[in-house]
Design a protein around this ligand. Sequence first.
Ligand SMILES: Cc1ncc(C[n+]2csc(CCOP(=O)(O)OP(=O)(O)O)c2C)c(N)n1
Length: 574
Amino acid sequence: MKLTGAQALIKSLEMEGTEVMFGLPGGAILPVYDPLIDSSIRHILVRHEQGAGHMAEGYAQATGRPGVAMVTSGPAATNIVTPLCNAYMDSIPLVVVTGQVPYAAIGSDAFQECDTTGITMPVTKHNWLITDAEDIPRVVREAFHVATTGRPGPVLIDVPKDISNQEMSWYWPDSVDMPGYKPTVRGHPKMVKDAAKLITQARRPVIYAGGGILKARAAEALRELAELTGIPVVTTLMARGAFPDDHPLCLGMPGMHGNYTAVTSMQQSDLLIALGSRFDDRVTGKVGAFAPEAKIIHVDVDPAELGKVRRADVPIVGDCRQVIEEMVKAVRSEQTKHPKPDLTEWHDLLNEWKRDFPLHYDQQEGGPVKPQYCVEMLRDHTPDDTIVVAGVGQHQMWTSQLWKFNSPYTFINSGGLGTMGFAVPAAIGAKVGKPERMVWAVDGDGCFQMTAQEIVTASAERIPVKIAILNNAYLGMVRQWQELFYEERYSEVYLSPDLPDYVKWAEAMGGVGMRVDTPEDVVPTIEKANEIDDRPVVVDFRVDYQEKVYPMVPAGGSNDSIILDPAHDRRGGR
Ligand SMILES: Cc1ncc(C[n+]2csc(CCOP(=O)(O)OP(=O)(O)O)c2C)c(N)n1
């Protein structure tokens, strides 16, 4: 069968099971948009290419399937660089197709030409410039394979316009043959045995669960390991929901804005079992002072992570789910030889900390609306399986601290890159992937203004996402740092609560806009928003601008110097 390169590209995407793609056409990608009319693939027309990338990421995070986006050359390709980098940092499987100027014009500074594969090389797992239409099915097959196997990540296929128009003979490759790419999935048996020995000897062990647990679909295996050993679990920002918050062994989130118990348990542990986590600086604080007495078992599918930040006593390369399952077997066998260690003292200490140092805020009756109160009321007045998507800043931290994530894939946020503007499009993508679930974005007023135009996309496509803006009139997280570390010298952080008028803006974009000024209005407004199911809703929560996120470990400081909310610090002289 003879097809054009463009037809072959769309057919290849169909063969890979693509149901939906996010994008925006233009000159160089025009040939590929034509066969899309006859395709089973749903295309969602975005208002900015950054939106397409983040929607594809939200879709991938919610469904576990790769997100697909397609844009044209030059400025469209550069507009999607931020989502590519975001996906690279957060290991999100993404396949991005870009149009390119005709092959012979490459390098001539043609109209809307940019070196897309050059620009995106450092932020993709792999990218391809197609030079022959015959290569298209093979490359698409390889692209999906690379994006979804090993450590997942973004890939890009750059297609020159003349190659899209070139004729080729259709085929579909039976398999992928990439000799240089063979991710290790099984853990080394000796290492797994060594890990099991350390686990059965430790007295203050902690499981440090990272986003890799979710990527490897290893939440059940993690639970089995924790319950078998009685070892408490911290879940990083990227792993919230990988272990249920209501489980007695759950310590919650560690890191710069982690809770006291999670942070201090790691500091004082004698064994850290790092599973799909990468010793990010936001978790370790000052690396030299991090968990000084802990031995380290480090499991990661990406060998480059092992020893990158902290030397592991037992490094294991492999897929988290497989390795944890192997570890469970090895621990069971160890437990038949040696008595299970008594962790009672450790659990008692952790429970003492949980009791003495809880997260805290005060919502006064009639007083200014506290952002934490909005998050808690959203948590308590939405279905348990609600998907929550956060932007970047204070609101993100309050959401990750206060929401109770009891099942995996219910929290989506930008952890590694910290991309303001992520929430609105990612929430749209999540809702497209999981239309039966309620999706709430919790966003900042600063973040919202970066990609709010995608609400137009949501209205046009009838994607009923809900967006809570915690409107503190500031770039709040930056304001917090200026208050604490720059002697309250506020430089370029004031935004104004009223400019823009968020209610009018939401309505102009085809959504419903609501505003909350008092604590009494919080719950009734959430309930009203929950009932709207045919268009996007934006709720402008006017919140106390002075609220700060605590606990906090100052950047680069030791986790031992964790600052609790001064109003509630009951440590006395400690
Ligand atoms: C694209 C981008 N630019 C700048 C930053 C730096 N930054 C991190 S948080 C933040 C403030 C966010 O303000 P807002 O969205 O209002 O949220 P808040 O912290 O007030 O909850 C800024 C500017 C960033 N993370 N991303």
